[in-house]
Design a binder for this molecule. Structure first.
Ligand code: HEM
Length: 493
């Protein structure tokens, strides 16, 4: 194991920032190979591993030593170990606390166990299937919007549309509907405020991460953030109180197992009640915690899914053969006019393979960080990672590891997923766009359903290619987003 030399106070952070700004000065060349991808999106780790090939390298986040993991087996060992090891980096806790309170992502130990066990049933496949109709309705609204744009162009030729923002809107719309059902309008306004809050937090992220008391200073932006957060807490509490007192929701009459409704909020409230009965001491999850879970789902499930959709559109534009094959599959499964139904989604195999390959090349959360190990962790080769060591898993390195994926690892080849994830590479742990182990993404199925529905509807209605104005720039800081948007030329079919 190699430890990079320590620089006082901020450690390697300034160098990392500098390398990122240099690497990302201009867009990435657009080619079907992704060999320039790693030095572009994670230049600091790329440099470390180019200097020390074959070793494990420790760098410095401030004064915290962090092992940068770039191998599938090492990642699996760390992520499979006890959840008490799974502390988020302290800087990112400070940054995200305002957005998610004490929701699942930031929870630890017993608190995490309780929250995860209450929330898990809300994401069971059978329940998610009931949300497919809402997902399709929101996606169709976007399709109609795009049809209007194209019809303004006279239907004669392709019309340029920046689709990344529309995909973000549709993801927000889907979450508002599936989470709040009839309280959708109110929920949506909370989410819009959450988004503005995220923008302010992103702007202040360095100070929030590096300065322990920064979030308490009465700067004008902090005051804005406090006000938005307060309003969001109040409005979400109102939605929850209303649901609890009236227990009225879309399907309540027909589904007495879920008296609070058959949306995500309803399922969580029902599960809380069950938990309360089992514990015989009343529900142990408080209303404030449910408020925090709603904020967490929005934070974790909104941009992530929107970015997956955006990168899928880019890949399908670059690979017209796959676009056409996937469209034919959609026509076969759903017809030329039909809306995708829950039972159709499993049959959309090619669309699923395309989404997996997009997630492999564009892991939306490229870095999974853990503040420190609470106990020693033994890796497969016997190396022991000592208690107290920080960990960051650099997923793009694992997703493009030629030992795992073969010589074509940096190419878009969805066919590698034809026989499922387990056959796509030497070691299935090398595919981890949703993480792995006990803290694997709880919304994975939700995201994939939403993505399949939306992509299927787009393919059914439009053919598309990249506009000459598109500039390819996948960048962070939190999730891999298209920095300059995604400009497509759309044609109605
Ligand atoms: C393409 C879309 C998505 C991607 C790529 C993604 C990725 C991930 C990853 C990598 C993790 C693990 C983070 C870690 O180990 O540090 C995670 C956790 C999580 N995700 Fe997702 N996610 C997506 C969509 C969603 C959706 C739609 C929801 C909810 C509606 C959601 C809710 C969560 C939550 C609550 C956690 C924390 C789980 C825990 O700590 O127990 N995600 N996600």
């Amino acid at each position: 194991m190699v430890v990079s030399s320590y620089r006082p106070f901020l450690g390697d952070l300034p160098l990392r920032r500098r390398l990122e700004s240099q690497a990302q000065l201009s867009p990435l060349p657009l080619s079907s190979s992704h060999h320039l991808f790693l030095p572009y999106i994670l230049p600091f780790y790329y440099k470390l591993y180019s200097q020390h090939p074959g070793s494990r390298v420790v760098c410095w986040f401030g004064n915290l030593p962090m092992l940068v993991i770039t191998k599938a087996d090492d990642a699996r060992c760390v992520l499979a170990s006890d959840v008490k090891h799974m502390q988020r980096p302290v800087g990112s806790r400070r940054v995200f606390h305002r957005l998610m309170g004490h929701g699942l992502i930031l929870a630890e130990g017993e608190d995490w166990h309780l929250q995860r066990s209450i929330l898990r049933p809300a994401f069971f496949l059978e329940k998610l299937k009931g949300m497919v109709k809402d997902m399709a309705t929101s996606a169709l609204n976007m399709i109609h919007l795009w049809e209007t744009h194209v019809s303004k162009g006279g239907h004669m030729e392709a019309v340029e549309v920046e689709v990344a923002q529309d995909l973000k809107n549709v993801a927000a719309d889907i979450l508002s509907h599936t989470m709040f059902g009839t309280s959708y309008v109110k929920g949506k306004s909370v989410f819009e405020r959450q988004e503005r809050l995220l923008q302010l937090i992103t702007k202040n992220s360095l100070q929030l991460a590096a300065i322990p008391f920064f979030k308490y200073l009465p700067t004008s932006e902090n005051r804005k953030m406090w006000a938005m957060d307060k309003q969001n807490n109040e409005e979400l509490s109102e939605i929850i109180d209303l649901r609890k007192t009236t227990a009225v929701n879309t399907n309540t009459d027909t589904n007495s197992n879920f008296p609070y409704g058959t949306d995500l909020l309803g399922y969580v409230l029902s599960a809380m009640e069950e938990e309360g009965k089992l514990g015989k001491r009343g529900p142990r999850l408080t209303i404030q915690q449910v408020v925090d879970e709603c904020k967490t789902f929005f934070f974790a499930g909104h941009e992530t899914t929107a970015h997956l959709l955006a990168w899928t559109m880019v890949q399908l534009s670059l690979h017209q053969d796959w676009q056409e094959k996937a469209r034919q599959e959609v026509f076969e499964v759903c017809g030329k006019q039909g809306t995708p139904k829950a039972d159709d989604l499993n049959k959309l195999k090619l669309v699923g393979m395309i989404l997996n390959e997009t997630l492999r090349l564009y892991p939306i959360l490229p870095e999974l960080g853990r503040r420190k190990l609470h106990n020693d962790v033994r890796l497969d080769d016997g190396t022991v990672l000592p208690q107290g060591m920080g960990i960051v898993i650099a997923c793009p390195f694992i997703h493009m590891d030629k030992d795992m994926w073969g010589a074509d690892a940096d190419e878009f080849r969805p066919e590698r997923f034809a026989e499922g994830v387990s056959q796509a590479c030497k070691n299935p742990s090398a595919f981890m766009p949703f993480g792995s182990g006990p803290r694997i993404c709880i919304g994975q199925q939700f995201a994939l359903m939403e993505a399949k529905v939306t992509v299927a509807l787009i393919l059914q209605h439009f053919s598309f290619r990249l506009s000459p104005s598109y500039r390819h720039a996948p960048v962070g800081p939190f999730s891999l987003s298209p920095k300059h948007g995604v400009h497509l030329l759309l044609e109605v079919l």
